[in-house]
Design a protein around this ligand. Structure first.
Ligand code: AMP
Length: 200
């Protein structure tokens, strides 16, 4: 049973890798972006509050986001471990997660960071804009100006997670370029190394 967070810049392939890694681990892949997008599509109250942030490529405020994560992690399927895709995205959220987990007496096992250089990210995001994501879904936030803004938001607000998790001995960096299968294999090897490091 593993509790893992996956982070990396927009376009790094988080969604794709999250589903593949979670399947291999037998835990749910929980995408906070997906949860927000489905609330927007269903026009729920939460969706109405989150939409302006998603459309602009900004982060939804931490109070809203942490509450969503708290509800999702309280569901039965997450009791046996989880892979969080796209959360935390700020150091403040990471502290929030640590607090949430501590309430139930558990801890994170590993933080996986997907590394892809910025030129490649821009190329991928522009091509996703034309063809849609893996499911063929076109995202409103894959607009050229929004893409650049999301990358800047990542650099400023999310990249510091790398040091945060490194200091806790939880960080594993993975090269996110190359074939999808190769990246998954690297992630699985990193997870195995993290687990044996923790138990030794
Ligand atoms: P993603 O699908 O992970 O690319 O997320 C899409 C959008 O959802 C982001 O640009 C944010 O507007 C919002 N979002 C996803 N995860 C978070 C988070 N951890 N904190 C705040 N906003 C988030």
């Amino acid at each position: 049973m593993l509790r893992v967070v996956l982070f990396g810049p927009p376009g790094a392939g988080k969604g794709t890798q999250a589903r593949r890694i979670a399947e291999r681990l037998g835990v749910p892949a929980i995408s906070i972006g997906e949860i927000f997008r489905s609330h927007v599509a269903e026009r729920t109250d939460l969706g109405r509050r989150a939409q302006p942030y998603l459309d602009a490529g900004n982060l939804v405020p931490d109070e809203i986001t942490v509450a969503v994560v708290r509800d999702r992690l309280a569901q039965p399927d997450a009791k046996a471990g989880f892979l969080l895709d796209g959360f935390p995205r700020t150091v403040h959220q990471a502290d929030g997660l640590r607090g949430l987990l501590a309430e139930t007496g558990v801890r994170l096992d590993c933080a996986l960071e997907l590394i892809v250089d910025e030129e490649e990210l821009v190329r991928r995001l522009f091509s996703r804009r034309l063809s849609g994501d893996v499911a063929g879904v076109r995202r409103k936030d894959d607009h050229p100006n929004t893409i650049r803004h999301r990358l800047a938001v990542y650099r400023e607000q999310t990249a510091p997670l790398s040091e945060y998790y490194e200091a806790q001995g939880l960080l594993m960096r993975i090269n996110g370029t190359g074939a999808v299968e190769e990246v998954t294999d690297r992630a699985m090897a990193a997870l195995q190394a993290a687990v044996s490091r923790r138990s030794s």
